[in-house]
Design a protein around this ligand. Structure first.
Ligand SMILES: NC(=O)c1ccc[n+]([C@@H]2O[C@H](COP(=O)([O-])OP(=O)(O)OC[C@H]3O[C@@H](n4cnc5c(N)ncnc54)[C@H](O)[C@@H]3O)[C@@H](O)[C@H]2O)c1
Length: 303
């Protein structure tokens, strides 16, 4: 598709953007782009390995800050973990103490502990749900009073096709990632009257998460920089969308939504056999609708 010319360029001058898990992969790409467009950036990364354990790499957050500063930008590193109350508070405190404000939170930090459900340990479940879901909630909650008080904020969460559609060996990750959709939708409703927008992306990109899973020819097309422009748009003041889900990667961007069919209305008693006989109509999504809230969906169903 041809590029459309933009009416105004999207900038973040005067704004402070927090990007979690920004030491490498997608988060690094996001942090560099925000800095290039005028934001002061908190580059958070605890520098762990893919599975959430210790890494022998020197602080990747510091390395990204050095890249930003070398390019003439302004950034500060935070090595705190997103998944503890203290860590989440420390990440937002770094923004407030250094730059005096926070405008945008990009919840991107993540780990993998892939295994079949039969072999899933409680530790594998807890670690993955904790970083992705609890971490995103804790960091957002630490920023929330600041965003509410200034009546402006943008939050971009990171889900995955594994959450939206399911993936073998990723019950922990898929559950955490779909949890992020739920977090996003309710935050969008609670934030609306305070000028806080919240959306969620399902990216696909080349990173250590995908480099051993996808074939080299596919990986070649999946630069993280092809995901970042959507994140920057969703984080901008120009973005009026909130409570939305987008799939993005390899040059593709698309909105994703939950649809509910017209359904079947039964009068009086319903037997399991009635469900069986009506399953075709119950499952028919050809006139599917999207609802803006749980209340809208429930009141339609009870009409
Ligand atoms: N790469 C993809 O195709 C893809 C697909 C779907 C979703 N995602 C999601 O995108 C996000 C970024 O993934 P990526 O591919 O860039 O992976 P990545 O491993 O390159 O980056 C994730 C970063 O998060 C950091 N991190 C992990 N735990 C942390 C914690 N507790 N506190 C702070 N930082 C922590 C890691 O150190 C790492 O630098 C993740 O949420 C991932 O689940 C990626």
């Amino acid at each position: 598709m041809s590029q459309q010319s933009s009416p105004s360029s999207i900038r973040f001058d005067g704004q402070v953007v927090v990007v979690t898990g920004a030491g490498r992969g997608l988060g690094r790409s996001h942090a560099l782009a925000f800095a290039e467009r005028g934001a002061r950036v908190v580059v958070n990364d605890l520098g762990g390995n893919l599975h959430g354990g210790q890494s022998d790499e020197a602080s990747p957050a510091e390395a990204v800050v050095a890249e930003i500063v070398a390019a003439g930008g302004d950034a500060i590193a935070s090595g705190a973990s997103v998944d503890t109350e203290e860590g989440a508070a420390a990440i937002i405190d770094t923004a407030i103490a250094t730059y005096g404000r926070v405008d945008v939170v990009i919840n991107n930090a993540g780990i993998l502990r892939d295994t079949s459900f039969a072999k899933l340990t409680t530790a594998d479940w807890d670690a993955v749900v904790s970083v992705h879901l609890r971490g995103s909630a804790l960091v957002t909650r630490a920023a929330w009073p600041h965003l509410r008080a200034q009546r402006y904020g943008r939050i971009v969460n990171t889900t995955s096709a594994a959450g939206l559609y399911g993936n073998f060996g990723q019950t922990n990750y898929g559950a955490a990632k779909m949890g992020l959709v739920g977090l996003t939708l309710s935050l969008a409703q609670e934030g609306a009257k305070y000028g806080i927008g919240c959306n969620v992306i399902a990216p696909v990109a080349r990173s250590r998460m995908t480099e051993t899973i996808l074939p080299p020819a596919v990986l070649e097309r999946l630069e993280p920089e092809l995901v970042t422009p959507l994140v920057a748009y969703l984080a901008s003041a120009s973005c009026e969308a909130s409570g939305q889900v987008f799939a993005v990667g390899g040059g593709y961007v698309s909105r994703v939504a939950v649809f509910e069919g017209r359904g079947v209305r039964f009068d009086g008693e319903i037997r399991p056999e009635d469900i069986e006989s009506q399953l075709g109509a119950i499952s028919d999504l050809s006139e599917g609708r999207e609802f803006s809230s749980a209340m809208a969906a429930i009141s339609e169903a009870l009409k």
